[in-house]
Ligand binder design. Structure first.
Ligand code: SF4
Length: 222
């Protein structure tokens, strides 16, 4: 599925809602729409839903093929957006792996509905993937960047994310977050609560030292 929403950590195909989305936001559903454009990622996190979750075909985030920009737009055009509070690039893979396509969809969304905030949930490693500063591209398109901090130090981060880039990835992710602050109104670092109080405190210190905001979010395993 390309467009979906969520409740209690479970994902639901937007096709199962009314065409006008008037039931979005009811019965415990969030009135947020998530865009799933790729399975690809530069990490292989130990906790990644890709390896932990099983989906039925209809609600699967696993894409047989990546949708084109036009296909994503066509999905959006099926619905009335007046009930949508936020649009989030997220999904099974890392949305910035398709940076140009993500920005094209984001710019189109902004041009059609400038009132709806756009967020990107990311691992923060786009600069390493594309070997250039990518934060400036987000300006005027993305309202919030949410970056997975995961850990308070580089080795633990690498152990968790098992990314392609080695130990330098941790500092690169922090630098990316700081760069995003220049171009995006809201930049949030996230960790999950199961890492324990001590590690949460250490992550808070990393954020404080770098002028970043930390959000501790509940871990959702199902
Ligand atoms: S960054 Fe996200 S999508 Fe990529 S492996 Fe980690 S949890 Fe999965």
């Amino acid at each position: 599925m390309i467009l979906y929403t969520a409740k209690n950590g479970v994902y639901y195909n937007l096709e199962d809602f009314r065409q006008d989305l008037s039931d979005l936001g009811e019965n415990g559903f969030t009135n947020k729409i998530y865009i799933n454009m790729t399975n690809r990622c530069s990490c292989a996190c130990t906790f990644c839903l890709r390896s932990l979750k099983e989906f039925n075909e209809h609600n699967s985030l696993w894409l047989r093929e990546e949708p084109t920009v036009e296909e994503v737009k066509a999905e959006f055009m099926k619905y009335d957006w007046s009930h949508v509070a936020e649009i989030i690039f997220c999904g099974f893979g890392e949305p910035t792996m398709r940076l140009d396509d993500m920005l094209e969809v984001g710019a189109w969304l902004k041009s059609v509905h400038p009132d709806i905030p756009i967020r990107v949930n990311t691992n923060g490693l786009a600069d390493l993937v594309f070997e250039k500063p990518t934060a400036p591209c987000l300006k005027g398109i993305v309202d919030t960047v949410s970056i997975s901090l995961n850990s308070s130090d580089a080795q633990k981060y690498l152990d968790i994310t098992r990314n392609h880039f080695g130990l330098k990835s941790y500092q690169a992710m922090i630098d990316y977050a700081k760069a995003c602050q220049k171009y995006v109104p809201h930049v949030v670092m996230t960790v999950v609560d199961i890492i324990g109080e001590e590690e949460v405190a250490a992550c808070q210190k990393v954020c404080d030292d770098n002028g970043l905001t930390l959000r501790v979010r509940p871990y959702e395993a199902n």
